[in-house]
Design a protein around this ligand. Structure first.
Ligand SMILES: *Cc1c(COP(=O)(O)O)cnc(C)c1O
Length: 456
């Protein structure tokens, strides 16, 4: 009998460099620098194979809600594992997927009564786009040729070709341009990167007016308007001014344009309410959920739709109105069981209240950075925070990309036992909504110290 000795951390590092192609990673630099190899998580901490302990400052990339190794979620998965790990929702159903759908309809904005499962934020968006597109060809009021999607500039909706098409981050568009379908975009209402000739107020007013002008101009062609409610995450935590979401809802309603709310990042407590749409009393026609849906434990996504959308897909099977889409692991029962357990914990542990308290704590802890010469902007909504580093304030000057300042701050934080991940020169703090306040204080202090070390 032979025993497989567990690989040493050095072996793992070699194999990682040799075989693993990491997402969104400049691999040439990655292989030189390496990264912690995480072996285990406990509460809000991660432990690597070398025995180092880190505070998880980014919620395992924006998805973890209640921490790691949460007994209730672990148990729910184990219980389900004792029944079946995976079957399918194609032609069959499963108790956890039914139960979770029922609960999602209950807690999401009114009108969203149908739940279509998939397994990532990108697919949740892809599903909404295809449904909206098909809806206009089959709707009760008669078919319409609406094939154009509208989006907010700087939007991020995922990495599949459809979701990249409705995104508008130059870097990705530049490379894949020829593969993408056409969209129109309205300017982001976040005023930080405005032209020097405009005040913040002027810029915001202009962005509201531009949204109206562009939607009106393309109204007859628009299949849907897609938006990240309240906060554009991946483009640098761009926080929208109050009333913008409502403004877009009013405009889309005026022209019967379905609104797709992509709450993949902002959903499940991150902006202070369970869903961001609640804060402006907006009822979208589609709601995309992923990241925090399973508590951040397992890949799970959902696209919710209204009855009106759903009913356009009803007819005799031979009529061809079916929604022909579905992934192998759609609505996986383990992931749905985790999702149900996560929703119960929201109530049991009063997670939304905690999220509000730690949001206030972050705001006060980060005060010392407000007049730091290399901090251009601190953008925060709830537990989503972006700290934008700049080389110079007046006139405003960014660092050169070569300096990788955001990345340098991440490395400095890692030395201090905190995991961060930047978006360019924006330092992102994304503590889990359930993180205790003393850990949030530590996260902020390490961030401040790391920014000072790297910029001064
Ligand atoms: C992360 C994200 C996505 C994509 O989710 P994946 O699970 O990474 O595919 C889509 N939309 C928004 C707003 C996101 O933040």
């Amino acid at each position: 009998m032979t025993y497989m000795k567990p690989p040493t951390s050095e072996q793992l590092r070699d194999w990682d460099n040799e075989h693993v192609w990491h997402p969104f990673a400049p691999m040439q630099a990655y292989r030189v620098e390496g990264a912690p190899i995480i072996e285990r998580g406990e509460g809000f901490h991660l432990f690597d194979v070398d025995g180092n302990k880190y505070l998880d400052g980014i919620s395992a990339l924006w998805c973890n809600v209640h921490g790691h190794q949460v007994p209730e979620i672990d148990q729910a998965i184990i219980d389900q594992l004792g029944r079946v790990g995976h079957t399918t929702l194609l032609g069959l159903s499963s108790p956890p997927s039914i139960e979770l759908a029922r609960r999602l309809v209950e807690i999401t904005p009114a009108g969203l009564n149908k739940v279509f499962y998939s397994d990532s934020g990108s697919t949740a968006v892809e599903v909404a786009l295809k449904m909206a597109f098909q809806y206009h060809q089959q709707k009760a009021s008669g078919p319409e040729k609406r094939t154009l999607f509208a989006t907010v500039s700087g939007a991020y909706h995922g990495d599949t070709i459809g979701s990249v098409s409705v995104g508008s981050i130059d870097l990705f568009h530049h490379v894949y341009g020829k593969l993408l379908f056409e969209t129109v975009s309205v300017p982001t209402p976040c005023p930080f990167h405005r032209p020097a000739s405009m005040t913040r107020e002027e810029y915001v007013a202009w962005s509201f007016a531009e949204a109206e002008r562009i939607i009106t101009e393309h109204a007859a062609d628009l299949a849907a308007f897609i938006i990240e409610p309240l906060v554009q995450g991946a483009s640098g935590i761009l926080v929208h001014p109050t009333g913008y979401l409502k403004h877009i809802r009013d405009l889309t309603q005026r022209f019967n344009i379905p609104l797709i709310a992509d709450e993949v990042a902002v959903g499940f407590g991150r902006t202070g309410s369970l869903f961001a749409c609640e804060q402006e009393e907006v009822q979208p026609d589609f709601l995309c959920l992923a990241k925090g849906l399973s508590g951040g434990y397992l890949p799970l996504a959902a696209t919710l739709a209204t009855d009106e959308i759903y009913e356009a897909f009803l007819d005799e099977p031979s009529a061809g109105k079916t929604f022909f889409h579905g992934h192998t692991f759609t609505g996986n029962p383990l992931a749905c069981a985790a999702g149900i357990a996560s929703l119960e914990l929201f109530q049991k542990n009063n997670v939304l209240q905690n999220a509000k308290e730690i949001a206030a704590e972050i705001e006060s802890c980060l005060q010392p950075l407000l007049d730091h010469p290399h901090v251009g902007d601190i953008r925060q909504r709830g537990t989503m925070v972006g700290i934008e580093l700049i080389q110079q304030r007046d006139p405003q000057l960014s660092y050169s990309a070569k300096q990788r300042m955001g990345h340098q701050v991440t490395l400095a934080a890692r030395k201090r036992g905190v995991i961060l991940r930047p978006l360019g020169d924006v330092i992102v703090l994304m503590p889990a909504p359930a993180m205790p306040v003393e850990l949030v204080r530590e996260l902020c202090q390490v961030t401040i110290d790391s920014i000072r070390e790297v910029t001064e």
